[in-house]
Design a binder for this molecule. Structure first.
Ligand SMILES: [Zn+2]
Length: 264
């Protein structure tokens, strides 16, 4: 099984003491490539540095998450554009809207989102999108850029059937995490994932967040790692009624085409 984690926050400080071991465990679990999420002014350059240190294996996104939207100044915009000049940076984002936590004021979130969509429009790079409890505004802002954007993935999809079909109708991709394995809030995904065409479906851990709750034995720590992508792939395949190797191969092919990744 060859897997690709499209969302791993490997610059997170919880990995500082054992990042090499984390990468090795991922390889041992069949995770052959990973896209390191860049989600702030501080961490996006670190994501690029990690990708440059592991050519062909790690890739990066560069962006500013809605939680950090207030840091999106003109200077920050210039920094993001400089990062996007590097071929290891394969997507614009993580960017979008998060009205669930509202860590940044909503007008600041919308402005930071629009400026990053402008970068995607100019560079033609795919978008790595985040949307939580902000569907109407999110769709409205995306509509402003109709016809100017390339590919887009709504990462860590946790939403409703209606939201899912809005995305698929726009021909966007969908990222599924271990949220699927959460019996308290992810049960609806078990049914919804059957409706995602294989050529629109990608998988991710969102490590160190969202440790799949069905991993057995449950690790003593709460930190998620890319190696658990294999577990997510198996659960997803089960829900879709697919063979795990087929589901994994499909997700990997979709991911390579989406981000333009070379075979390792
Ligand atoms: Zn996110």
């Amino acid at each position: 099984m060859q897997l690709i984690d499209i969302g791993a926050n490997l610059t997170h400080d919880s990995f500082d003491h054992d990042r090499d071991a984390v990468l090795q465990r991922a390889r041992d679990a069949g995770v052959v490539q990973m896209v390191v999420t860049g989600a702030s002014r501080e961490h996006s350059p670190q994501a690029l540095a990690l990708a440059q240190a592991h050519p062909g294996e790690l890739f990066a996104t560069a962006g500013v998450h809605p939680h950090h939207a207030t840091e999106y100044t003109a200077e920050c915009d210039a920094e993001m554009r400089a990062l996007h000049a590097h071929p290891e940076v394969v997507a614009v984002g993580e960017c979008g809207l998060d009205y669930f936590r509202d860590f940044s004021p909503r007008p600041a979130q919308r402005k930071a989102f629009e400026r990053q969509l402008q970068i995607a429009a100019e560079t033609g790079k795919p978008l790595f999108l985040h949307q939580r409890e902000a569907h109407v505004d999110f769709m409205g802002i995306m509509r402003e850029f109709d016809g100017r954007l390339g590919l887009a993935v709504v990462h860590c999809f946790t939403g409703s059937r209606e939201e899912l079909f809005d995305y698929l109708d726009r021909d966007w991709h969908v990222g599924i995490t271990g949220w699927l394995c959460d019996e308290r809030r992810g049960q609806h995904l078990r049914e919804l994932v059957k409706s995602i065409p294989a050529n629109r479906l990608m998988i991710e851990t969102d490590a160190p967040y969202l440790l799949p709750r069905t991993v057995k034995p449950a690790p003593s720590h709460r930190r998620n790692e890319p190696m658990y992508l294999a577990h997510i792939a198996r659960e997803l395949a089960h829900d879709r009624g697919e063979d795990a190797t087929v589901a994994a191969a499909n997700a990997t092919a979709t991911t390579r085409a989406f981000f333009g990744l070379p075979a390792p």
